[in-house]
Design a binder for this molecule. Structure first.
Ligand code: DAH
Length: 338
């Protein structure tokens, strides 16, 4: 028996499940592929006779295949129910609350986004959604990046003919939020952002970002450090260390980067943290007076901090995912692991 044979069984099962016409067909296929006398069950039973070296690999693979076929079967059953209801022209009661998950599987980024939102909400932050396409003023000028500013090169992406761009960062919402609220202002902006990126295991053209701002009287960098550390402790479910280093972003002064103690090796040193014990995780700083003023907030009275991080990276670190491109390539085998 080889891995190829196992893959073949999955492919066959998947094809046949797609062809099933009714519940009886599905039941037959369940017995054929998952039943006691199925080829797969036979293979699983015979693993104990393999040479010891081969056992763990084949065992893991065969179990994975079994789980995959079970998922395919469950999806097909669910779809069958829906299409039957539609065929019968049954009245669908649109007021019935949806099941949390009817079919399919919640994407790991979405799962972790919900978790991040919940943590920030408990800390008193309000959630704002960005516009996916916005104008030059909101993406650049309002956050202290005037035309011709060299920082634009970093985010040079795609423009529509009438001057809109897919947002390059969720900082595009900062000034809108400042204008629409009175301090204290606590807001997070989770959203998709788009980059002109040559993709590789660590770079993608589309990513999920969470921007945050906190504005009130007497806010300082120590509030920022405390807020973000509290978030990361909750997000990773352990006591992490944070380190603030200098960095530059036009919309903050001072501008900082925040490093996180490596959540994979707990600072013992590993490949992911390049044996430094630290991970570069986000950009942050004290909101630039020009940005506060643009949002109608007097920088002589109020101060605030802001940050932006990529959720993809946080999720990669949480689960030890080695290639960012897995997230958006649509392969359900990847998604279903979470
Ligand atoms: N907008 C930055 C980016 O996309 C991230 C960022 C850095 C946001 C510093 C901030 C900040 O609010 O203060 O790379």
């Amino acid at each position: 028996m080889t891995i190829k044979q196992l893959e073949k069984i999955t492919k066959k099962a998947s094809d046949e499940l797609l062809q099933a016409k009714d519940q009886r067909d599905l039941e037959k296929l369940r017995i054929k592929y998952l039943g006691r006398k199925s080829e797969l069950t036979r293979i699983l039973r015979s693993i104990k006779n393999l040479p010891q070296k081969k056992r763990p690999i084949m065992g893991a693979k065969a179990n994975e295949i079994r789980k995959r076929i079970e998922d395919l079967y469950n999806d097909a059953t669910e779809k069958m129910k829906i299409s039957k209801a539609l065929d019968k022209d049954e009245e669908i009661d649109v007021t019935i609350p949806v099941k949390a998950q009817a079919i399919g599987h919640i994407h790991p980024i979405t799962q972790m986004l919900w978790r991040a939102e919940e943590i920030f909400q408990k800390m008193g932050f309000e959630i704002f959604e960005p516009f996916e396409i916005d104008d030059d003023y909101h993406n650049f000028e309002s956050v202290n990046i005037p035309p011709g500013h060299p920082a634009r090169d970093l985010w040079d992406t795609f423009w529509t003919e009438d001057g809109f761009i897919p947002i390059t960062h969720t900082s595009s919402m900062q000034v809108r939020i400042l204008k629409s609220r009175k301090p204290p202002i606590r807001a997070v902006v989770p959203g998709k952002v788009f980059r002109n990126e040559r993709t590789d295991p660590r770079h993608e053209h589309t990513l999920s970002q969470i921007e945050g701002i906190y504005v009130d009287k007497g806010i300082s960098l120590s509030d920022m450090i405390g807020t973000l550390k509290t978030f990361f402790d909750a997000f990773y479910g352990k006591d992490v260390q944070v380190k603030v280093v200098p960095d530059y972003f036009p919309f903050v002064e001072p501008g900082n980067g925040m490093n996180l103690s490596c959540v994979i090796c707990d600072m013992k040193g590993c490949r992911v943290c390049k044996h430094t014990g630290w991970l570069e995780i986000l950009g942050c700083g004290m909101i630039h007076p020009n940005v506060l003023r643009e949002g109608g907030i007097d920088p002589d009275v109020y101060s605030g901090f802001a940050w932006g991080f990529g959720l993809d990276r946080l999720v990669m670190l949480k689960y030890g995912i080695e290639d960012i491109r897995h997230f958006r390539n649509g392969d359900l085998r990847f998604i279903r692991q979470f």
